[in-house]
Design a protein around this ligand. Structure first.
Ligand code: ATP
Length: 335
């Protein structure tokens, strides 16, 4: 199976071709960079409009080279991210995907972006039934498979983890995205007290974000605030991940999402897993941040399971939750 994946839920205009025979994933991405502030939905949509045709054409050219015959379609299906994400961006990507599926005369596959963040880790780790921590810009949640669905075991009660970090960095005048800048600044920091909020399996970032802004306004060195922000936010995520492993009895954890590129988060999760004899896997960075590779890889599994989408039923969904997705591509008798 060879799949064209298209991603464009927020900032990354991305296309990929996944070849299941060789397990090769070719990704071409073009990132939207706001001039000021965070992501502006209208500007991000304009970026999709400009960049999607370009990235798609680049990877399709690669797929055409791999065909056995010139009259064969370059891919077996077109997979696209249906949501969750910014409505104006999703609509452009949806339109592009429908048009491509029709012009190539191949089926369309609608992929949930959060399930893709999870499945790429399952794919690259080879784990059978891991707990997944999705630590991305707009989201933060723990997922595990049970009775045909990925269940949300715990999640943020307010903002996503990356967005919380980015809001703090905007406040101190740093450009978007803030995550890598906080990571660099934290190296020279010392711990100062900041809120830590975990309620059962859920957690909250808005209090710590406001306190971090306040601490910096009060003159606490920004390195110390960055260090403490990372320590608390990632410890919260590690605590809830550990609880999820304990509740499910799983001994496998995979990490997904752009914040997963952070070395300190990975270190804390690896240490926690090590202490309880569990295995930990974080995919390579190109599969953690938003990318079409994860859409193409899950698209291939869905296509093989016959899970395609009629054009009439292919509306995008900005609030598409991972537990809304019937998991058609895993053996139905798995618990
Ligand atoms: P979602 O997948 O929920 O729609 P998203 O589209 O915003 O989220 P991702 O690519 O998963 O995108 O994650 C982007 C986020 O990752 C940004 O908030 C960015 O600051 C954060 N990030 C990137 N690198 C790092 C890092 N090294 N440390 C911490 N955060 C990081």
């Amino acid at each position: 199976t060879r799949v064209l994946g298209i991603e464009g839920t927020a900032w990354a205009a991305s296309a990929a071709v996944y070849d299941a025979a060789t397990d090769e994933v070719v990704i071409e991405s073009d990132a939207y960079q706001p001039d000021s502030g965070g992501i502006h939905p209208r500007e991000a949509a304009e970026h999709m409009h400009d960049a999607i045709p370009r990235v798609v054409e680049t990877v399709l050219e690669r797929a055409r080279e791999r065909r056995d015959a010139a009259d064969e379609p370059p891919v077996d299906c077109v997979a696209f991210s249906r949501g969750p994400g910014l409505g104006p961006c999703l609509r452009i990507v949806g339109t592009a995907a429908r048009a491509l599926a029709q012009s190539l005369d191949v089926p369309l596959v609608g992929v949930n972006h959060m399930v893709a963040h999870l499945e790429i880790g399952r794919h690259t780790s080879g784990f059978s039934s891991p707990v997944c921590l999705n630590a991305s810009g707009a989201n933060a949640h723990l997922l595990a498979y049970r009775n045909g669905r990925y269940r949300v075991l715990g999640e943020t009660m307010d903002t996503g983890v990356g967005n919380a970090i980015d809001k703090f960095t905007r406040h101190v005048g740093w450009s978007h995205p803030g995550g890598p800048k906080v990571e660099a600044a934290a190296e020279d920091g010392e711990y100062v007290d900041l809120p830590y909020v975990v309620k059962g399996m859920d957690f909250s970032f808005s209090g710590i974000m406001s306190a971090a802004k306040q601490a910096s306004d009060d003159g606490i060195p920004v390195e110390d605030v960055c260090y403490s922000l990372q320590e608390n936010v990632f410890a919260m995520l590690a605590e809830v991940s550990e609880r999820a492993l304990s509740l499910t009895g799983s001994d496998e954890l995979v990490l997904g999402g752009g914040v997963g590129q952070n070395a300190r988060l990975r270190e804390m999760l690896a240490e926690m897993c090590d202490q309880r004899g569990a295995e930990f896997h974080a995919p390579e960075p190109r599969f953690l941040r938003d990318n079409a590779g994860m859409i193409a890889v899950l698209g291939a599994k869905m296509y093989d399971a016959g899970d395609t989408l009629a054009i009439e039923a292919s509306r995008v969904d900005p609030d598409f939750r991972p537990d809304q997705v019937p998991v058609t591509w895993r053996p139905q008798d798995e618990s």
